[in-house]
Design a protein around this ligand. Structure first.
Ligand code: F6R
Length: 607
């Protein structure tokens, strides 16, 4: 999940590469580097830590070359120090890599036995070594890359430069995405359209197994059999507009506050504004012929899928299986042909989710995906794409993409319920009108930001925090815990409220905050009993519920966060807001790096 960029330019490219890397920093920020060709010689600058450290190096030392490659790293093999930072050099070869070379150990042993010296602990260096050795044997750069592709196994997107070859840049893709951008007398290579957006809107995406040979005036694509192929040129919709934090302190809080707007954009895609009826464009399915939906996703997107399962089962009376994508593919579950495989992903590039998609495709299933990045690999490889309209999400902790995913899943469940005859028109109408109240209700919750911040301050001293919920509030408990741990580093667990007595209740003492997500719905009384079990053991309860329930429990709980009274159907979307804000403010008060928490990356393109 590193970010890679390459440019064959007309003027010095190091600064432009750095700017493109800034747009890719969401993919990793352990270390970074740039290499350019100056008078045919490879020179590089690398720095440990975030990109600003590379910027300092670039200010102190000029890289004057007009051909270059750059990289921002999320470490897989080798600690994130300067030596392990890309680009990696070996003889005349410079390589940047996103992914994992799975057979690097055996390759390294083989080359070390032949007397090769390895400078780094990375898997990537083997790529440079293979190419360099082949060139030493008299092979051309193209022949050497071809040989390397025959030897490495694993997932990779590569950018390769060669000393003495000012007009040559080679890229290769097996797994992680890679795009070629077309400029005027210039050519670009990048991990995604966002990286290249200020440079060009004309792109070709490499397909899996492709490699590409670029000069300033020409591009040649080859497929996995090394046959020359053509790849279509598309116009990307990614905007070159600078993505900034506006008046907000962090991207995460900006994105939390964007939710009223982006949820309404997302819903507008599925609810016709003229007649208020639901329509799912491009989803051509025989709902009555379907017997099962199989959902796979990772992290927050998986949690959205879990809410979707509750909705689809209740509203459409259809069986739903759900798995974290990293387990799904290895579970060897039966693949009934009357099932729809549904994948959910903000980035549309998550390696585990993509692998699950390809697994289902291999079994002949129909594939639908809910994605935020319209040109992503998952979107392109699906039969039906259901877009979220969350806009670019920069904060590593997903917020607005999550509520937009829920918006799409809600529409999908309503449409499925209508088509399958479970919901009559009146119920459909009620549910749709409930969804339309979301932006207003979300605004109301956001107005409690200062109060939620005060509550969050009290969480900063905790070592462990428990989140409880039942029904569709259970996934929100999971999401609250995930959000908190990823950005504040406080250990947190989400539990189904009814499971409390089967183990986690042993953790409860006066030190333990317990956040109970219990909106005023049919399951409220049950969750209330679990909350009382916590209160009886001295737990410090923060209740997320409606005003009436907050008032009734004022003496039992330590603190309350109100959600507005609405159709209970939309409660999980509303309850997501307080848990996001709680995590955000806790992290800010603890002084962590909210937008780029340690060890994480926004787009996880390795398994
Ligand atoms: C958590 C978070 C991650 C992602 C997960 C899947 O805040 O952002 O758990 O949800 O890595 O990413 P996508 O949705 O891009 O497939």
């Amino acid at each position: 999940m590193c970010g890679i960029v390459g440019i064959l330019g007309q003027t010095p490219v190091a600064g432009t590469i750095y700017e493109a890397l800034k747009r890719l920093e969401y993919r990793g920020y352990d270390s970074s580097g740039v290499a350019t060709l100056e008078d045919g010689r490879l020179t590089r600058l690398r720095a440990r830590g975030k990109l600003v450290n590379l910027e300092k190096c670039l200010r102190e030392t000029t890289l004057a070359g007009t051909s270059g490659i750059g990289h921002t790293r999320w470490a897989t093999h080798g600690v994130p120090n300067e030596t392990n930072a890309h680009p990696h050099f070996c003889g005349p070869v410079a390589v940047v890599h996103n992914g994992i070379i799975e057979n690097f150990r055996e390759l390294r042993e083989e080359f070390e036995a032949q007397g090769c010296h390895f400078e780094t602990d990375t898997d990537t260096e083997t790529v440079a070594q293979i190419i360099a050795l082949a060139m030493k044997d008299g092979k051309t750069p193209l022949e050497a890359v071809r040989e390397m592709l025959g030897r490495v196994r694993g997932a990779f997107a590569l950018g390769i430069l060669f000393s003495g070859e000012e007009d040559l840049l080679i890229g290769a893709r097996n797994g992680p995405p890679l795009a070629v951008g077309y400029g005027k007398g210039e050519m670009y290579l990048g991990s995604d359209a966002i990286a290249l957006a200020p440079l060009t809107n004309s792109l070709s995406y490499l397909e899996d197994g492709d490699w590409v040979v670029m000069s300033r005036e020409s591009v040649r694509f080859f497929d996995e059999n090394h046959d020359e192929v053509t790849r279509p040129v598309t116009q990307t919709s990614q905007s070159a507009i600078h993505i900034d934090k506006g008046n907000y302190r962090h991207f995460m809080v900006k994105e939390i506050f964007e939710q009223p707007e982006v949820i309404s954009h997302t819903l507008a895609n599925y609810i016709n504004p003229l007649d208020g009826k639901i329509s799912i464009p491009d989803l051509d399915l025989d709902w009555n012929g379907l017997n099962r939906i199989t959902i796979s996703a990772c992290g927050t997107a998986y949690i959205a899928g879990l809410v979707g399962k509750y909705w689809l089962e209740e509203l459409a009376q259809i069986n739903v299986d759900i798995d974290v994508a990293s387990e799904f593919r290895y579970r060897k579950a039966p693949m009934p042909q009357d099932a729809l495989a549904l994948f959910i992903s903000q980035s549309g590039e998550t390696a585990d989710t993509l692998a699950g998609l390809r697994h289902c495709r291999g079994h002949g299933l129909k594939i639908a995906s809910i994605v935020n990045v319209a040109e992503s690999t998952i979107a392109r490889e699906s039969d039906f794409t259901l877009p979220t309209r969350a806009g670019v999400e920069v904060g590593v902790a997903s917020t607005k993409a999550f509520t937009c995913q829920l918006g799409v899943l809600a529409c999908l469940a309503i449409e499925a319920g209508r088509e399958r005859g479970v919901l009559d028109e009146a119920r459909v109408e009620t549910l749709l009108r409930a969804l339309e109240t979301l932006p207003g209700h979300i605004h109301e919750i956001l107005r409690q930001d200062a109060q939620i911040e005060e509550i969050a301050k009290s969480l900063t001293k905790s070592r462990n925090i428990l989140y409880l919920g039942r029904g569709t509030s259970f996934p929100i408990a999971l999401e609250g815990a995930l959000k908190l741990k990823e950005i504040s580093y406080i250990h947190a667990e989400g539990y189904a409220a009814g499971e409390l007595k089967h183990g986690p209740i042993a953790l409860i003492d006066e030190e333990m905050p317990v956040i109970v997500v219990a909106p005023d719905d049919a399951l409220y009384e049950k969750t209330l009993s679990n909350m009382q079990e916590v209160a009886a053991r001295g737990g410090k309860i923060i209740l997320i519920s409606n005003a009436r329930r907050c008032d009734q429990n004022a003496n039992n709980v330590w603190s309350c966060i109100e959600i507005p009274d609405a159709d209970t159907f939309i409660n999980p979307i509303l309850a997501a807001l307080p848990v996001q804000l709680l995590a955000y403010h806790t992290a800010v008060h603890m002084g962590t790096d909210v937008d780029q928490p340690r060890n994480l990356a926004k787009s996880v393109t390795v398994e």
